[in-house]
Ligand binder design. Structure first.
Ligand SMILES: Cc1cc2nc3c(=O)[nH]c(=O)nc-3n(C[C@H](O)[C@H](O)[C@H](O)COP(=O)(O)O)c2cc1C
Length: 381
C-alpha cells in the first residue's frame, strides 16, 4: 500500500504518457465558455454532458473541468444561468467513463471542509482514483449574497482556504481522532474514514491569478491553471512564464505542473473557422451577459472611459471570457497546441461553442496530428 501522501504520479489519466494533457472546460454550465446567442449554444443538460463525457473518454481526452457557478450573468441567454453542481456532476460522469479524470470545483468558503473531504473521498472511490479537486475561494460577490454569506477581504479568503485544505488533507491522511485548532476553524475529535482510493489522494488544482492565489496554488496543489500562459505563438513567452512558476514552486520544495485554458473553433478550412468564430463570438455575442460579467468585476461605463470599456467588452467576447481562441484548420490548431506544449505547459482545458457537435472533428483531426508531432501518445487499442 502506498503512503497516503504518495506522489500523484500514481494517479490515472492525469499522469499518462501525453506530454500535453487535453481536457474539456466548462461543459456543466449553459453556453459553456461562449457568451453567444447562436441557436446551437451549449445546453449543459445532463443528457448532453453524459454523451460528451463518453465520447471524450473513448477518444482519449484526459480530463473534464467544470465551473462552479451558482447563478447566471444575465443578458439575453442568462449566460451560465443553468449549471449542474460540479461534484455530483463529476460522480455521474466518472461512473460512466473509464479513463479520464473529472474535476469537481469547490468554493472553500461555502462547503464545510469535512463535508467536502467526505464527498471527495466518495467520488474518488466511485472512480477508483480519477477524481480531481479544483479549490476556489470565489470572486463573485453577488453569488455569495445569494447564500447569505459574507465574502472575506481578498487575501484573507486564501488564509481561510489554507486552513480549509489543511483540514481536508488531514481528514484524508490522519488515522484515529484529531483536533484542529486554526484561526477560522476549530474542530474537535475529527474522525474521517475511508481514506482516498489506493493510499494516495486526489489531484488538487487551483487557478488563482493574484499573488496570494498563486502562492496558495504553489504551496498546496499539483496543477496550477493560468488563464493565459504568455503567448500562443511564442514558445519563448510561454516557456518563460512556465519556468517562473516552476522555479517559484521549487523554491518552496514543491513540484507543480502548469495548465492553461482555450477555446477551439476547428474547421476544414481557415476561412470557415474564422467565419464561424466571428459569427458566434462577435456578431452574435450576448453583450448583456458580457456587461454582467464585467460589472461583477466593477468594470462599467461609469467606472472606466468609454473607449476602454468598449475594448474590454470586445476582448471578453473574443477570448471566450478568458483563454486563447484556437481558430483554424486542424494543422493550424495542432501547431498552436504544440507550441504551448513545447514551452512546458502540461495541459490545456478547451471549450467549444457546441462541445458535442465539434469534439468529433477535433478528436479525428487534431489529436492524431499531436501524436505525430510527439506531444501525445497513440491510444492503446
Ligand atoms: C481555469 C480556471 C478555472 C476556474 N474555475 C472557477 C470556478 O469554477 N469557480 C470560481 O468561482 N472561480 C473559478 N476560477 C477563478 C479563480 O479561482 C480565481 O478566483 C481567479 O482567477 C482570480 O484569482 P484570485 O482569486 O487569485 O484573485 C477559475 C479560473 C481559471 C483560470
Amino acid at each position: 500500500m502506498l503512503a497516503r501522501t504518495a506522489s500523484m504520479q500514481d494517479r490515472i489519466a492525469m499522469y499518462n504518457g501525453n506530454a500535453l494533457k487535453i481536457g474539456i472546460f466548462g461543459a456543466n454550465c449553459s453556453s459553456g465558455r461562449s457568451a453567444t446567442t447562436v441557436a446551437e449554444r451549449w445546453s449543459a443538460s445532463w443528457t448532453d454532458c453524459l454523451k460528451l463525457a463518453r465520447m471524450a473518454d473513448a477518444a482519449g481526452i484526459d480530463f473534464m473541468l467544470p465551473i462552479a457557478r451558482w447563478k447566471g450573468y444575465g443578458g439575453e441567454t442568462d449566460f451560465h444561468g443553468s449549471s449542474l453542481e460540479t461534484v455530483t456532476w463529476a460522480v455521474g460522469l466518472l461512473s460512466a467513463t473509464e479513463q479520464m479524470t473529472v474535476f469537481g470545483t469547490v468554493h472553500a468558503p461555502l462547503f464545510h471542509p469535512l463535508i467536502a473531504a467526505k464527498e471527495i473521498v466518495t467520488a474518488d472511490h466511485v472512480s477508483q482514483g480519477r477524481f480531481g479537486l479544483n479549490i476556489v475561494v470565489g470572486w463573485n460577490e453577488g453569488e455569495f449574497e445569494m447564500f447569505g454569506a459574507q465574502q472575506r477581504e481578498h487575501d484573507m479568503r486564501y488564509d481561510y482556504a489554507q486552513e480549509w485544505i489543511d483540514v481536508v488533507k488531514q481528514a484524508w491522511q490522519r488515522d484515529g481522532t484529531f483536533d484542529f485548532d486554526g484561526q477560522f476553524l476549530k474542530l474537535r475529535e475529527v474522525r474521517a474514514y475511508p481514506k482516498p482510493y489506493g493510499g494516495t489522494r486526489p489531484i488538487l488544482m487551483n487557478a488563482g491569478s493574484s499573488e496570494v492565489g498563486q502562492a496558495f496554488a504553489l504551496r498546496n496543489c499539483d496543477a496550477f491553471f493560468v488563464a493565459t500562459a504568455g503567448s500562443r505563438t511564442s514558445i519563448e513567452g510561454n516557456a518563460k512564464k512556465v519556468a517562473q512558476i516552476k522555479a517559484a514552486a521549487q523554491g518552496i520544495g514543491r513540484e507543480i505542473e502548469v495548465y492553461t485554458v482555450g477555446q477551439v473553433v476547428c474547421r476544414p478550412t481557415q476561412h470557415e473557422a474564422e467565419e464561424y468564430y466571428r459569427c458566434a463570438m462577435i456578431e452574435n455575442a450576448d453583450w448583456g451577459a458580457i456587461d454582467g460579467m464585467l460589472a461583477n468585476r466593477n468594470i462599467t461605463p461609469q467606472t472606466i472611459p468609454p473607449e476602454e470599456y468598449a475594448a474590454k467588452r470586445r476582448y471578453f467576447a473574443s477570448n471566450a471570457i478568458g483563454g486563447y481562441p484556437f481558430v483554424g484548420t486542424p494543422d493550424h490548431v495542432a501547431q498552436e497546441l504544440e507550441t504551448i506544449s513545447k514551452a512546458g505547459v502540461r495541459g490545456i482545458a478547451l471549450s467549444f461553442v457546441n462541445y458535442l457537435n465539434e469534439l468529433p472533428f477535433f478528436c479525428a483531426e487534431v489529436l492524431p496530428r499531436l501524436v505525430r508531432h510527439g506531444v501525445r501518445v497513440a491510444r492503446a487499442s
